[in-house]
Design a protein around this ligand. Structure first.
Ligand code: UD1
Length: 420
């Protein structure tokens, strides 16, 4: 298993480009199952999770074609099986996103039931109950969600008990081909849900309310091919900005979108960052100063994203003052805290809150990544440490960050991948 070796103490400086958003690319790739025509997906990030989704389409008999610009063309008319096997679902929970499209277009789907993961139990009960309300017959048997429907799904009025991102996406995709109108209340407002909706509309779907908590989808008989470019990754953007703030640096991130990062940019300003934005770029300058502690609470968009909680914990670990961070989306998302304490951080976990007392500097240590965003936070901790940090189990990071060591090297960091 590869490791990352980081020599800390360098202030990040320079410019990098942001990749396409993983969490928007995955549902968009799944949505290609809704039409027999060819969908071209552009600006796909080069990530392990994307490869897994392409492999998943492949094992159903669909043969995505990748061109030299890494655009992917998917024509799902060769599909033979309507199932997502456990071997793939266990490596990527987002495989559940094929459930809605398969059921809506082919009337049947078998998707391995994702288990719990490092950050929480993560059930998919709301995906299942919403599809049942739309007329699907669903049983969970032998570790699989087995779903079928006689004829078309039917439009329904669905209230989501909890805001769920992939749940909203699954139901929205299914509703595009249902008979009648579907209303999803308490829908997720995340920009990636909006990006998927925009792609579906380009394929001929009738959707309104994207970006609000009520989505209205009028089912159509069929969807068509199109070419769609995935939006920039706001979590990747935020991660580099936080790394720059923690290291007292000055960076510019390009090909991104400041308008969907307001909660994060406002916390970075509170931490003392000088921030300038243009249409598609963000510049952060700490003027060499130590960051100030910030307190925050994660919640669904437009509030502060849970996917950026661990990175801010790393920033607070070396900031001036004490900050509290409350996690309200997942029940067990503090695994990184124990690793940071091994590096000399002073962080106490109290229920779903961590109290972070900033220390002058961390000390490098061998640490272990437990999930995707925790890995990013340990890299940030390594960048602000004296001497050397080795981050183990970095396959987590390759799921969601494109060429992370190359991008950090471009910003001046001393980081390299060490094969085991
Ligand atoms: C998506 C993102 C992930 C992000 C998360 C929250 C993708 C591929 N992943 O994950 O990066 O951290 O949103 O912003 O887009 N829940 C239920 N029942 C359900 C579904 C969800 O109880 O049927 C709960 C979850 O356990 C969790 C909360 O709802 O506590 C939110 O989860 P959800 O938004 O569904 O997360 P994902 O869509 O899996």
């Amino acid at each position: 298993m590869d490791k990352l070796l980081i020599k800390g103490g360098v202030s990040l400086q320079g410019e990098i480009r942001i990749a396409g958003a993983k969490n928007s690319a995955l549902p968009i790739l799944a949505s290609t199952l809704l039409t027999h025509e060819t969908v071209q997906v552009c600006n796909l990030p080069h990530l392990f999770d994307i490869t897994t989704m392409i492999e998943l389409l492949g094992c159903m008999g669909v043969e995505p074609v990748i061109d030299e610009k890494l655009n992917v063309e998917v024509n799902s008319s060769t599909i033979k099986h309507f199932s997502a096997p456990y071997e793939l679902v266990k490596t990527m929970r987002a495989s559940i996103l094929v459930l809605g499209p398969l059921l809506a277009r082919y009337g049947e789907a078998e998707v391995a039931l994702p288990g719990g993961c490092a950050i929480g139990s993560r059930p998919v009960n709301l995906h299942i109950s919403a599809l049942q309300e739309m007329g699907a017959d669903i049983v969970v048997e032998d570790g699989y969600i087995k779903a079928s429907v006689d004829g078309r799904l039917k439009g329904a009025h669905i209230f989501m008990d909890i805001v769920t991102v992939t749940g909203t996406e699954n139901v929205m995709m299914a509703a595009t081909l249902a008979d009648g109108v579907t209303i999803i209340e308490n829908a997720a407002r995340e920009p990636e849900v909006v990006d998927l909706a925009n792609c579906l509309v380009k394929m001929g779907a009738i959707i309104s309310g994207q970006g609000s908590d009520t989505l209205t989808i009028t089912g159509v008989q069929e969807l068509f091919g199109c070419s769609y470019s995935v939006m920039p990754d706001r979590i990747e953007t935020g991660t580099y900005l936080i790394a720059a703030a923690a290291t007292r640096g000055h960076i510019k991130v390009k090909d991104t979108r400041p308008d969907i990062l307001e909660a994060v940019l406002s916390k970075l300003e509170q931490a003392g960052a000088d921030i300038k934005v243009g249409d598609n770029w963000i510049e952060l300058n700490m003027h060499g100063k130590r960051p100030k502690s910030v307190s925050l609470r994660t919640a669904p968009y437009p509030a502060f994203p849970t996917d950026m909680q661990a990175q801010f914990t790393a920033l607070n670990a070396v900031a001036d003052g004490t900050g509290s961070i409350t996690e309200t989306v997942f029940e067990n998302r503090f695994m990184h805290v124990h690793e940071m304490n091994r590096m000399g951080a002073d962080i106490a976990v109290e229920g779903n809150t961590v109290i972070v007392k900033g220390v002058d500097t961390l000390k490098g240590a061998p640490v272990m990544a437990t999930d995707l965003r925790a890995s990013a936070s340990l890299i940030i901790a390594g960048l602000v440490s004296e001497n050397e940090t080795i981050v183990d189990r970095i396959y987590h990071i390759d799921r969601g960050y494109e060429c992370i060591e190359e991008k950090l090297q471009l910003l001046g960091a001393t980081i390299r991948r060490v094969p085991s």
